[in-house]
Design a binder for this molecule. Sequence first.
Ligand SMILES: [Zn+2]
Length: 471
Amino acid sequence: VTRVLLFDLGNTLEVDNALQPDAKAVVAEISQLHDGEGNAVALGLLSDYTMPATPAEIPTIRKEYLDILDALGIREFFEPVDERVTLSTEVGVYKPDRKIFRAALDKLAPGEHFHSAIFITENAAHVAAARELGMNAIQVRPPDGAGGDVASLKELVPLLRRLVQFSPCGKRGAKAKGSVRPELAVSKALDPTIKAMVDRVDEKRLMATVKVLSDFGTRFTFSPNIGKVTERLKQAFVDAGYDGPGECRYQSFDVSGAGPQRNVLASKGAGGTPIIMICCHYDSISERPSELAPGADDDGSGVAAVLELARLLADQHLGHQVLFAAFGGEEQGLFGSAECAQIAKDQGWPIELVINLDMVGAVTREPPTIVVEYDQGNARPENDAASKAAAKIMAQAATDYTTLHVEHTDIWNSDYMPFEAQGYVCIGAYEGGENPFYHKTTDTPDNVSAAYLTAVTRMVLATVLTFTAGS
Ligand SMILES: [Zn+2]
């Protein structure tokens, strides 16, 4: 995933043939940004400019535009210009036509999903249109205007630094780091209590949750209905038995340009006991996220598993407190989980283990395989060993209590990352492989395997029970 930053020129970087104050310094600083994996961002310009009478005129008109960049002294940041400068002149349509955004993205990162791009402009209508496409868009306060997501170009720098640090929920297939398939045998003596518990995982309930979530149509972060999704989730936790004072709660956070956002958390028991957190994200995305983003597998499946685990563990007295979390703003850059991880750190939550479930409902390979992810470096190497030990428990749980095959990779690009960066021990479960419906309007419940989702939920339940029994 290449993070593409597309700038508008007129009235954003330049007004009346002069650069905005700080524009050059800001663009210079932004051009040096790197994503969380150390890859440089790709800077581009996307402008409406003179339409040619015939295609033969295009090179002359482009040259005219490039001469403006020279005169402004910012051309160096958009070299090579063949890749980095896209004009309506050659595309044949003006912003905010989908075609011109697509053309700009394809020049810089061919085929890349819209949501890996960030578009920066003063134009409110273009911001709205870019968000409809699933792009991240930031409105700079218009010259002589009001509002905007940032009041000045200078304010862009910290915001963009924050946005490019995490890639949006982009899952890897074959290239995953540290991919190994452990040799595992079923344990000789299985725990009858755990066996009885995993048998209680209810396939129908899991699929009912997946359907409820998909039936929202979209759970896109910028959707005006996103608050209704969290209300429904809170009610689901209450129905699962988290109905005491403070047992189910919201946690507010901001996503630039979006309405009010919140995570939904649920837990029972006294504070101070060590915590196992099981998390997922409820927001979704697609090629047309404003209209339709059912997100059945991504991550309706994880939410369904979390709610089912919450139900089954509500009346269990474990040595740990189990904290369930459904995060928002994941697809825009792990906003909900970053907020939660910061609060956990500031308040000293005694989290012993984070288990992230993101895309656990699709069979992408035969025999059905679960990827058990553990921490292999990242921000805090000192928590790697404990993560690997927990992943081994999960792998054994899969082998003992399900028929899933196991593959290990590293944790990557989902809601556990902010917790890892705060020093917590994190693992994840993920279907791996290539899900053809990923981030598409076709990520619907009929493409989720009830049997697979049930098996993964059983595996996580057995992991929690084994982990708490052994520590
Ligand atoms: Zn996801």
